[in-house]
Design a protein around this ligand. Structure first.
Ligand code: AMP
Length: 432
């Protein structure tokens, strides 16, 4: 098969790594890709927001499957456009992608189908939203309805903070003014990321992972796209996985099918495991980044038939096998991230780092130094730049290997957290 991956981050590098290893893969392309992806796929300078350019390329190269990494093109309907042009694509249609594209849509779907989620109200006006916040009290959570790259959620500890968040979102604090916001009850518990592969009718669970959203150690500092992840997630026992499938994922897939918008692709449920059981925080309509990286390291089965079966509606008798080993990824980011940061600093020592047992390094934001004739020098080209991943028998062993590799990377302009996986390691240590 000729396969085209859309995207340029660590998630797409992990997908490319796994897809390139499939005996079914003939030629692998990635648009636009990055310096790490270029080691296993041909990177193409395509604007993935330009659907007709993507369709033109896919036709020219006789692409058999397009795998869409990020949410923006999915919410913009790239799967609908590719399929209409006769090109198979893995991912949800624009209508089904509203699970991520509109928080209000998802909350209403949960309410209508008794799917456990935080109590909420939707608002189009600041005045009514503030009245609601004053009635409910704090802590309370204020969210923009649409895609906001993780910046549209404020967990307000005081009523004042919530009112400020309402003004910020309606006042254009994220660029354009929010057209609608959701205000919801603040849940407490431990978060986990749950993934299922869906074919419109059937859903099969993948493994769960946990990530660290805050920039600094001890889960302090500003929220980021994710500074590290690990799997297995100790909180996701077999019983909890079943509950999430039965109470959350399967009712969602059934509801979308009934609504005439069958969900195909990977469904990522952000969960809060509360004292009363799992609650849905949000849906994402693609693999998590950096969770995908640890999922791909633990996946024993060939990914390509799984993606194809999801696209073709053939998951019913499908089975995926996983390595029992743990996997962990440490994100290395440019100093300043998630705020302003520079680009173009030189990263050295990657080959040496990759020699550590069990280690795999995925690139999230890198480019080749074009000023060098040999093109061998790697430069930072983003906020999150590298995913230093490792497998091990335990999360502790995977963590030790990942940091051993991190310490071989010579990149003074970068930083990472030093405590990824600490909750799981504490559980491994105490045996609880
Ligand atoms: P979201 O973009 O909806 O996943 O929210 C980003 C983060 O905000 C989540 O990972 C949670 O840490 C936090 N969050 C969102 N909704 C809630 C909630 N209802 N209660 C507590 N924390 C929340």
């Amino acid at each position: 098969m000729n396969i085209l991956i859309l995207g340029s981050g660590g998630r797409e590098h992990a997908l490319a790594w796994k897809i390139a290893a499939s005996p079914l893969t003939d030629k692998l392309y990635c648009a636009p890709g990055n310096a790490g992806i270029a080691q296993g796929a041909e990177c193409i300078a395509l604007d993935i927001n330009d659907h007709s350019a993507v369709i033109g390329f896919a036709k020219e190269k006789r692409i058999d499957l397009v795998v869409v990494g990020p949410e923006a093109p999915l919410c913009a309907g790239i799967v609908d456009d590719l399929e209409a042009a006769g090109i198979k694509a893995f991912g949800p249609t624009k209508w089904a992608a509203r699970l991520e594209g509109s928080k209000g849509f998802t909350k209403d779907l949960c309410k209508a189908n008794n799917i456990p989620t935080a109590a909420y109200e939707r608002f189009k006006q600041a005045g009514a939203a503030k009245d609601y916040v004053r009635r409910q009290g704090a802590p309370i959570v204020v969210k923009a309805d649409g895609l906001a790259a993780g910046k549209g959620v404020v967990v307000a500890q005081t009523v004042q903070e919530a009112e400020d968040a309402i003004d910020m979102l309606f006042g254009g604090g994220l660029g354009a003014p929010a057209w609608e916001i959701v205000i919801e009850e603040c849940l407490t518990g431990e978060e986990a990321s749950f993934f299922a592969l869906c074919d419109g009718e059937t859903a099969i669970p993948l493994i769960a992972a946990q990530d660290h959203k805050r920039a600094f150690d001890d889960d302090k500092g500003p929220n980021t796209g994710g500074m590290g992840a690990y799997s297995p997630a100790p909180i996701m026992t077999a019983a909890m996985n079943k509950r999430v499938m039965d109470d959350i994922v399967l009712p969602t897939v059934a509801a979308l099918k009934r609504a005439g918008a069958p969900y195909k692709g990977v469904l990522f449920a952000g969960l809060m495991i509360t004292g009363g059981g799992p609650q849905l925080i949000e849906y994402n309509v693609r693999f998590g980044d950096p969770e995908c990286q640890v999922l791909m390291l633990r996946l024993m089965s060939d990914l390509v038939p799984a993606l194809t079966a999801a696209r073709d509606g053939q998951l019913k008798n499908f089975d995926l096998r996983w390595y029992p080993d743990a996997a962990l990824t440490v994100v290395m980011a440019t100093k300043g991230y998630p705020g302003a940061y520079g680009k173009g600093s030189v990263i050295a020592g990657l080959d040496d780092a990759a020699q550590v047992e069990g280690v795999e390094i995925f690139h999230a934001g890198t480019m080749f130094d074009k000023t060098r004739a040999d093109g061998a020098r790697i430069l930072a080209n983003g906020g999150r730049v590298l995913n230093v991943c490792a497998r091990g028998k335990t999360v502790r062993e995977a963590q030790a290997r990942a940091y051993q590799a991190v310490d071989r990377i010579r990149w003074p302009e970068g930083f990472c957290r030093r405590d990824i996986g600490f909750r799981a390691i504490a559980r491994e240590t105490t045996g609880r």
